[in-house]
Design a binder for this molecule. Sequence first.
Ligand code: PNS
Length: 163
Amino acid sequence: MIALYPGSFDPLTYGHLDVIERAAYLFERVIVAVLRNPSKTPLFTVEERLNQIHRAVQHLKNVDVDAFSGLTVTFARKKEASVLLRGLRVVSDFELELQMAQTNKTLAAEIETIFLSTSTEHSFLSSSLVKGIAAVGGPISHMVPQHIEQALRERSGPKEDMH
Ligand code: PNS
């Protein structure tokens, strides 16, 4: 069974990676799919995010990384994925995630959305939170892989004195 894990991944966090690693164990193949979203202004370009994710998942042999535009279900069909995968962190995620899952079901009845609950140590994590901390030079090494931390440091403003 092929699972498609769609998202913005701007940037990938350890929370995303946790979902990917557990999905790689459950599914034959996992495709991490980065949305090309012209209506959002991301910190990293799609190509940068693809490279970052590639590096982070290189130890997982059944995980591919790809970019898409348009509908997630259309891309899932193209890739022959029968499952859409999303991570659930906290209760407040649920409302939007349920709405997206139900919408996707009306668009493609044969595709199921499966949620993996994020490990408790990552449940507080979000890409925007990481960007916010990185922007003021705060510590993020426990939130993102090292190469992404470095990319965030290069992209973000001057360091704040943490002492
Ligand atoms: O990481 P994100 O930003 O929470 O991911 C949201 C994403 C990419 C999964 C969602 O916005 C999406 O699927 N966009 C593609 C457009 C689409 O298929 N819309 C209909 C389903 S809601």
